[in-house]
Design a protein around this ligand. Structure first.
Ligand SMILES: [Zn+2]
Length: 459
C-alpha cells in the first residue's frame, strides 16, 4: 500500500536542525533526506506558535483563513477568552472533546477532507483532527478516548515539568520512574501511527511534541549531557534524537508499505535572556499603570474578581507575540503609548483605513514601506495573513530579542516574526525521489508540495 505520512516535530529551529544533521545525529532523517525535496528555510506562519503552525500545515493556509490566530485570542462576539495554553489553568471553553481542536475554531477545510475526496482513508495523531476518519490519541496508546486535550496535557506536564521534578517528592519520583510520561509521548505517537496504517489508513498527520518542551525548558541550543537525566530529556538535542529514532521505528514497522513521508516543524525557537526582566507580563504592567488589563480569563471573571471594569485583554502566543484587545476604545491611545514605552515590545501592528500599519518605536509607517531586512522572513505576507482575521487583536505585538510575554524561568520561546522563531526545516520524501533543494518555502507549502507529488505517484 502507498501511504503518505506527515510528522510534525515541534519547535525545531533551522540552524540547530542543520547542526545535528551535519554531526550525523539524525541518521534516519538524514537517510530520508537523500530521496527528498529539502526545504532549507521552512518559514512558519505568524504567530510562530504551535496551534497556528499545526493548523497552517494541515490546511495549507494562513490564520486569516483557518482562524487559529494564536495559542490564545479574545472572541469579541462571545465575550470570552479562548486559550490553547497547555501549561497553566486551562479554560475548558475551547475544547470539543470529540475533535480535540475545536471545529468551531478551525474555519477552513483540512488536508484530511481533501485526501478523503481523493480516495484516501485518513487518520490524525495530531492536534488538528477536523475531517480525519480516525482520530488517534497522541498521549495514550490507541484511538482517542475522547479525553479532552487539556486534561491529557495537564497530566503530562504535571509529572514532567522540570521544576516540579526538582522539587518533587519521593513518591512523585517513584511514579515517574515507573511511568516516564515525557519520554513516552514520542513512542506512543509512533506506535499509534503504525497501528493506524496497519488498520488500512493511508494518509496521516502526527505530532512529536517534546522537542518544543525541551527547548522551552533548557533552551533551543542545548546539547545532550548538559544537564544529566534520568527521567526526562536533558536537552533539545536529546528530544530531537529521540524523534529521529521513533521515525526509524515507524519505517521499520511499515517496511512492507511504500512510504511517502513529510517531516517538518511548526516553528523555530529563540533563546531567552537570563534574568527576570526578560519575562514580562504585559497585563500586569498595564495594571500598574492603572489600565484594567488581564489575561487567560473572561472579562466577567476579571470584573467579578477585582471589581473594576475590564478595559484590555492580552492574549499571548509562544509567547513572544500577543494580541491586545482594547475593550474600552477611549483608552486606545493610552494603550498604544504604553506599548511604545514598554521595553519588551519590538513591533506594534494594527489596521488603519484598510491598511496594515506598524510602529517600530521610532516611526509609524505602512507595512509595505518598512524595511524588515533578512531577520524577518516574509514578514509582510505573514503579518497580513494574520491581521486580516476578525479574531486578531486591535494591536498585535512581538517581543524584542531575548524577551517573552509571560513570567517563567524558561530558556526558550517563540511566537515572533524574527528568523530564530520563524525558520525551521522540512523534508518531503518519497521512494526514489531525487535529492532536491528549495531555498525558501512556508509551512503552508509542505503538504501542497508533498500531496501534488504523491497523488501523481498514486494515480
Ligand atoms: Zn510548536
Amino acid at each position: 500500500m502507498k501511504v503518505m505520512l506527515t510528522a510534525v516535530i515541534d519547535g525545531v529551529r533551522k540552524d540547530t536542525f542543520d547542526r545535528l544533521m551535519k554531526k550525523g545525529k539524525l541518521p534516519v532523517i538524514e537517510e530520508l533526506s537523500k530521496e527528498a525535496v529539502n526545504v532549507e528555510n521552512c518559514i512558519s506562519s505568524f504567530p510562530s506558535a504551535t496551534v497556528t503552525g499545526h493548523a497552517s500545515i494541515a490546511t495549507s493556509s494562513f490564520p486569516s483563513e483557518h482562524g487559529i490566530v494564536g495559542q490564545a485570542w479574545f472572541d469579541r462576539e462571545m465575550n470570552e477568552y479562548i486559550g490553547y495554553d497547555f501549561e497553566l489553568t486551562m479554560p475548558d471553553n475551547w475544547i470539543d472533546a470529540k475533535t480535540n481542536l475545536n471545529d468551531r475554531h478551525l474555519t477552513s477545510e483540512t488536508w484530511f477532507h481533501r485526501a478523503k475526496r481523493l480516495g484516501f482513508r485518513t487518520f490524525s495523531a495530531d492536534l488538528i483532527r477536523k475531517g480525519a476518519d480516525l482520530k488517534m490519541s497522541f498521549i495514550f496508546p490507541g484511538a482517542d478516548r475522547n479525553i479532552p486535550v487539556p486534561k491529557k496535557l495537564f497530566l503530562l506536564r504535571k509529572f514532567s515539568a522540570h521544576q516540579s521534578i526538582k522539587k518533587s517528592s519521593i513518591l512523585k519520583k517513584f511514579i515517574l520512574k515507573i511511568f516516564p510520561f515525557h519520554i513516552l509521548q514520542h513512542e506512543i505517537v509512533a506506535g499509534n501511527v503504525v497501528k493506524a496504517v496497519r488498520a488500512g489508513y493511508n494518509f496521516g498527520i502526527f505530532w512529536f511534541m517534546e522537542t518544543d518542551a525541551a527547548s522551552h525548558i533548557y533552551g533551543p541550543e542545548t546539547v545532550e549531557g548538559e544537564h544529566g537525566k534520568p527521567y526526562i530529556y536533558d536537552s533539545f538535542e536529546d528530544a530531537m534524537r529521540d524523534a529521529d529514532e521513533e521515525i526509524g521505528k515507524i519505517l521499520k514497522a511499515l517496511k512492507d508499505h511504500e512510504l511517502y513521508i513529510n517531516i517538518t516543524t511548526d516553528h523555530g525557537q529563540s533563546r531567552l535572556g537570563d534574568g527576570k526582566q526578560y519575562h514580562v507580563s504585559l497585563s500586569a504592567e498595564m495594571e500598574e499603570q492603572e489600565i484594567n488589563a488581564f489575561t487567560r480569563i473572561d472579562p466577567h471573571e476579571y470584573e467579578t474578581r477585582v471589581g473594576r471594569k475590564a478595559q484590555v485583554v492580552v492574549a499571548p502566543s509562544g509567547p513572544r507575540m500577543a494580541h491586545i484587545y482594547v475593550l474600552d476604545t477611549g483608552i486606545r491611545q493610552r494603550v498604544n503609548d504604553f506599548l511604545i514605552d514598554n521595553s519588551a515590545v519590538e513591533f506594534i501592528f494594527w489596521k488603519e483605513n484598510h491598511e496594515v500599519v506598524l510602529c517600530d518605536k521610532d516611526a509609524v509607517c505602512r507595512i509595505q514601506e518598512y524595511e524588515f531586512g533578512d531577520n524577518y522572513p516574509k514578514a509582510v505576507e505573514r503579518v497580513t495573513g494574520l491581521i486580516k482575521s476578525m479574531r486578531s487583536g486591535d494591536f498585535i505585538v512581538t517581543a524584542k530579542e531575548g524577551y517573552e510575554f509571560q513570567i517563567s524561568d524558561y530558556r526558550g520561546g517563540h511566537g515572533g516574526l524574527n528568523a530564530e522563531d520563524s525558520l525551521g526545516f522540512a523534508i518531503i520524501h518519497g521512494p526514489d525521489y531525487r535529492e532536491e533543494f528549495i531555498q525558501d518555502a512556508l509551512v503552508t507549502d509542505v503538504l501542497r508540495i508533498g500531496m501534488s507529488r504523491f497523488v501523481k505517484e498514486v494515480s
